[in-house]
Design a protein around this ligand. Sequence first.
Ligand SMILES: Cc1cc2nc3c(=O)[nH]c(=O)nc-3n(C[C@H](O)[C@H](O)[C@H](O)COP(=O)(O)O)c2cc1C
Length: 197
Amino acid sequence: MSRIVAIYGSPRRRGNTATLLNEAVRGATEAGAEVERIFLRDLKIAPCLEIYKCMQDGECAIQDDFQAVRDQILGAQGLMLASPIFFYSVSAHTKTFMDRFQSLWVKKYWIDKVPFGKWEPKRKGLFLSAGATQGKKLFEGTLLTIKYFFDVLDMELWKSLLYRGLDFEGDAQKHPEHLEEAYETGRTFAEAVNTQR
Ligand SMILES: Cc1cc2nc3c(=O)[nH]c(=O)nc-3n(C[C@H](O)[C@H](O)[C@H](O)COP(=O)(O)O)c2cc1C
């Protein structure tokens, strides 16, 4: 059975991205994956202090909930990550979490000296996001952030589900077509993760 970690990056427990990610998790679970759900808002994860103690051995100097989630992700074959758009980027919860992976970046590129861009994807990643507005460039910056975050995890961005025009809690529920798409994508994602093993 393939293992997938689902990260909820919104401060809202029942917001739009959580609703959509729940559907993707339901789809993946029904397709036979074991999915572990993690709500960043419930964890204690401090921001990166940029002291680079990780240059010694790739371990972050700050000991908090980061290490357990990192190990869960590294032990999984797939990651589903959901974050709302906050000022054209990911939420603060999500960004704080991502920044701590600089310790893995240091391990990969400085300690193990993997040449940039010369690695085989070991895992697959699905990104879900929602923003209130309709702008063409709404997800542009965020997708770059996600691409390079997944890079650190030897993960290909398998697919991203991006929804415009969702603002208030409950807005996602008014779009059964989005919920259906998230569910189906979760199913397909689990199948894709399973075949890569
Ligand atoms: C701090 C903050 C910043 C936001 N910035 C943007 C933005 O730059 N563009 C946008 O379209 N929506 C923005 N929004 C709206 C959210 O993206 C939108 O409400 C989204 O559906 C929230 O998803 P959630 O319910 O999963 O948290 C912002 C909301 C907050 C609270």
